[in-house]
Design a protein. Structure first.
Length: 191
């Protein structure tokens, strides 16, 4: 996967760059309209995300997914007890640069969380996202949902990915850039 600097350097050498940028801007404008429309019909009862211009509708989660999310949420109570910030589960729509995600678990440090308002329904980029991985899902146009293992959410410093397997939860984290105050947890959680 190319990083943004490599892509930018490659594009700089394309003679038709101004025309290409114009087409990209038009596509992004269309995508912004679709995203706005998505947000207008999204309700509390609908589990959906807007990813790279496509709507991804979610089916009900399997029991192993629900159990993993429940264990993570119980572990996250530490943040509440110690007044470190706020944790949201499943139905918190997070507005990223281009996409709207509903991560399984999201955490915001106190300085950010103190600005939350009661009627808020689109949250800022969190400091930590944890996703319980399920079998691959398809978007509404039939394409594969981007894998958070290879496509970390823009701006999120820490993302944990948990895969329920054989009654154990294996976790993998990536950090970009590595935070000074947090360590990446690797290992397993027994049921």
């Amino acid at each position: 996967m190319l990083d943004n600097n490599s892509i930018e350097d490659s594009l700089w050498n394309v003679p038709s760059l101004p025309l290409l940028l114009d087409r990209i801007h038009h596509r992004l404008d269309d995508e912004r309209l679709k995203r706005s429309e998505f947000r207008s019909w999204l309700t509390e009862d609908t589990k959906a995300e807007f990813i790279n211009g496509s709507v991804l509708m979610h089916s009900p989660a399997a029991d192993d997914h629900n159990e993993a999310s429940g264990q993570l949420y119980r572990a996250s109570l530490y943040a509440d007890i110690n007044n470190l910030g706020k944790v949201r589960v499943e139905k918190a729509l997070v507005g990223m640069t281009r996409n709207d995600y509903e991560p399984d678990i999201a955490f915001w440090r106190k300085e950010v969380a103190d600005r939350f308002e009661p009627a808020m329904n689109v949250y800022p980029v969190p400091d930590l996202i944890v996703e319980v991985l399920s079998p691959a899902k398809k978007t509404s146009n039939g394409t594969q949902k981007p894998n958070m293992r290879t496509t970390p959410p823009t701006g999120c410093v820490n993302t944990g990915l948990l895969t329920p397997r054989n009654k154990r939860w294996n976790s993998t984290c990536f950090q970009k850039p590595p935070p000074k105050s947090m360590n990446c947890i690797k290992g397993h959680f027994d049921r």
